[in-house]
Ligand binder design. Sequence first.
Ligand code: TYD
Ligand code: MG
Length: 458
Amino acid sequence: MAKAKTAFVCNDCGADFPKWQGQCGECQAWNTLSEIRLSAPAAKTATARAAGRSGYAGAVAAVQRLEDVAVVDLPRLASGFDELDRVLGGGFVPGSSILIGGHPGAGKSTLLLQALCQLAAEHPALYVTGEESPEQIALRANRLGLPTNQLQLMAETDVDAILASAESLKPKILVVDSIQVVHSETLTSAPGSVSQVRDCAAQLTRYAKQTGTILILVGHVTKDGSLAGPKVLEHMIDCSILLEGDHDSRYRTLRGQKNRFGAVNELGIFAMTDAGMREVTNPSAIFLDRSEHTAPGTTVVVVWEGTRPLLVEIQALVDDSSLGNPRRVTVGFEQNRLAMLLAVLHRHGGIQVGDQDVFANVVGGVRVMETSADLALLLAVVSSLRNRPLPRDWVVFGEVGLSGEIRPVASGQERLAEAAKHGFKQAIVPKGNAPKKAIKGLTVIPVVRLSEALEASQ
Ligand code: TYD
Ligand code: MG
């Protein structure tokens, strides 16, 4: 009898290799390859391909022209949280599978329980819990004062049992919390391993597609923000959203990472309170909760998050360094960007911080990934260096280029309107973002070069 064909699959990314090796050639993780047995047809196809023959034995599937595909405009289901709906692109799409990732304790289970209890009043909903007991969930729901009379709850980790129950209950929304503990009896590998998670997720998404059920999978993420275990999941699902937030901060942000039904750059903001997750509908007001007196080293920037502006405070601290290699520490920014901006500040602004430690922070645990915060960050650094505060009612935005030019950013008009709405009186902005029509109560100082911005902020 011929020897059974095997392959080696990486438990992290799912790449496969013919031979064992210590490091995965795909994702560079160490010691993650494990041996799997190839099924007979797969092995046969592989052998036939190697011999130069076509090994395809399947029947020819139906093909149709794109315009002939019936288009049904399915109404989206609102989750009851506007912030969540916006990140999803306008609510849940029937038949779609959504992955909600986040660190343990981020509030995934709480958020979904709140949404599901509300939704269950109108649509049949099933919450499958693999991590907490039904008693724990009931306790939480009661404590949060949620309506508990409609939601179906099941403590189960076997995918076949989950699918069988779903088949008979026919829920419109199915939550599986979490996908990492779900396993299939037909596979020998341990729960949480790549083949288990991949196989179970595939079965669940197939069920969702066939029946038009909304499937929500909860997934834990590792420290660097990628999904613990298999990256393969991210290819399978329609939307992937990440719930982020520090343990010491009460704010949680919901960010789309992949969305087949909408934009990905939307940001939803929640606060974790003793009454569960609460939506933050006016985020600027919270992130700008500033003290009365002005301090050196702080500026306010209007960043653009998805489809709306957000005012956030930026802080910098510049201090004499005792190290040969002064520190550049950022929280909420990219560190390399700070180093680059400091170089621009030196070359084009004539301000030297080479012998100083520079710390930069975005207040409120927000992460700013936009270049529109460049200018605000540099002005905060200069303000701290000179120990001279910027007036409280000033707002700054603009991208700083390597040749010291201040480049315009998208949606300048809306950013300025938001600043005016929150009572800001002066704005230093790129010339390209200067409004054509004056904005009431706001004096705009358009700048072209970094030196002009430095002069204006004196
Ligand atoms: P949880 O939803 O269990 O997190 P996840 O499912 O993402 O692991 O949230 C647990 C955290 O939230 C825990 O640290 C306690 C906190 N929490 C509150 O602060 N208030 C609440 O009302 C609830 C239910 C939880
Ligand atoms: Mg949980």
